[in-house]
Design a binder for this molecule. Sequence first.
Ligand code: ADE
Length: 227
Amino acid sequence: MRFDILTLFPDMFPGYMGQSLLNKAIENGIVEVHVHNMRDWSTDKHNKIDDRPYGGGPGMILSVQPVIRCVKAVQEMADDPGQVIVMTPQGERLCQPTVERLATNKRMILLCGRYEGFDQRVIDILDPLELSIGDYILNGGEVAAMVVVDSLVRMVPGVLGDQQSSWDDSFSRGNRMLEYPQYTRPRDFEGHEVPEVLLSGNHKQIEQWRKAQSLAKTKMRRQDLLE
Ligand code: ADE
């Protein structure tokens, strides 16, 4: 799976990409992440990338010319032009079924907006998937793009040690329950004890207890998942 991330803040990514599962997947050649600075595609002599909105109003708008130029150049860096995705609070809300749908793509090009967003013609020309990670406003699309990458790489075979688990998680295919509580040693921490049933060795009882815990937590916190 290949990601191309288009941003005005490329330095936000190396820290995230250098850690944990993603770093390992990149080193193993299972996942590629390429970060591009959209400013590099500006033809303006001051590398200007934004301008004031027609019709007035606050803030600055990312200009159509450098953004389209950057996308076209990046698309040509590989055979597959890829699914273009624009990170925006106006987009389709990301959820696990969307992650599973996107996981069928071999390549995705993620555009991170800043300021007051992109000139509408960027959207009209590219006809991208517009994606939001939730109903709140971030300072830009970068953190949202990391969320998309993070949720997607877990679906790539070979990235997780235990391949089963990415499909077993809460919210995966048909699983509409929150997870049951988990414990590890010590058995007693300052009087906070591990539930007795988990120490019983009775697998059937443990499974029943876990199902009941999942159901109770889901009913209490996320009734909507059961409807
Ligand atoms: N950019 C700013 N806020 C965002 C959000 N909630 N989701 C995706 N991109 C964004």
